[in-house]
Design a protein around this ligand. Structure first.
Ligand SMILES: C[S@@+](CC[C@H](N)C(=O)[O-])C[C@H]1O[C@@H](n2cnc3c(N)ncnc32)[C@H](O)[C@@H]1O
Length: 249
């Protein structure tokens, strides 16, 4: 990518970051040049800036986690519209911790747990908890393997859902910089979502609400596979695509 491909608003943000790094309003040119060359190499702006706003909190991001997407921010609205006061919440595949931390912010009296297979992501999520002064129990787990008691009344998950064969079609800045483990959903993209549903088959939860972010192309067929769940519905994202599955047990 050449500098002509970088929009002025991004250049302005890089300039602001360079000023922040150098602590100077005037003498920031060499830092700005470094940041610009990272951007020209295809590094996502959010990793260069090192943080993103997420709903009503700020989340630090780097190559240990997926950059939270607007669809996931909107998932918070979907969750809010479907629960009143959850007591015990689990976020599966927490990444930066964005969903789990927002849950704790919105429902301060709840007990929030969040797991990820990636130790790096868990370390970053704990840093984000500290920055935001929010208490979430973050721990490493392959899906629910290390979750002791499945007595949650709300489980949320944005698990990897890109079919392995589609990975090469992703934008260079995604595939070159974001963790593969956060993207690769196996052969049909449904490997982890189906495993999670399997794990939840015999849950002892009473009145569990499940909210999943899914690939828009999987939404209809996935909904039809929720045969042992009640009140199964698809919810749309901001651009009117089926994007979330909400179901009760
Ligand atoms: C699409 S990212 C979502 C991250 C974050 N929840 C968000 O919405 O921005 C999926 C996350 O699932 C995690 N993950 C992948 N396989 C997993 C597994 N088997 N068990 C737990 N987490 C897993 C990845 O490390 C990654 O952080």
């Amino acid at each position: 990518m050449g500098i002509q491909n970088i929009p002025e608003h991004e250049l302005a943000r890089l300039r602001e970051k360079a000023k922040e790094i150098t602590g100077s309003q005037f003498d920031y040119q060499s830092s700005y040049t470094d940041l610009l060359s990272r951007r020209l190499n295809g590094e996502p702006l959010q990793y260069i800036e090192e943080y993103v706003p997420f709903y009503s909190i700020q989340i630090n991001v780097d190559q240990r986690c997926l950059i939270p997407r607007p669809e996931t921010e909107y998932m918070i609205e979907i969750i809010k519209n479907n629960v009143i006061a959850p007591k015990k919440i689990l976020d599966v595949g927490t990444g930066s911790g964005c969903i789990a931390l927002m849950m704790k912010k919105l429902f301060p009296d709840s007990e929030v747990h969040a797991v990820d297979i990636s130790n790096d992501a868990i370390t970053l999520a704990k840093e984000n908890a500290e920055i935001n002064n929010l208490e979430v129990n973050f721990y490493q787990s392959d899906l629910l393997t290390n979750v002791e008691k499945l007595d949650f009344d709300l489980i949320v998950a944005n698990l990897p859902y890109i079919p392995t064969s589609n990975l090469p079609t992703l934008q260079k800045e995604v595939i070159d910089y974001e963790p593969l483990i956060a993207l690769d959903g196996g052969e049909d993209g449904l490997l982890y979502i189906n495993k999670l549903l399997d794990n939840l088959k015999n849950t002892d939860s009473n009145d569990l609400l499940l909210v999943l972010e899914v690939d828009t192309s999987h939404a209809q067929s996935l909904r039809d596979s929720f045969t042992d769940w009640k009140d199964v519905k698809l919810e749309k994202d901001l651009v009117e695509r089926d994007r979330y599955i909400v179901a009760r047990k």
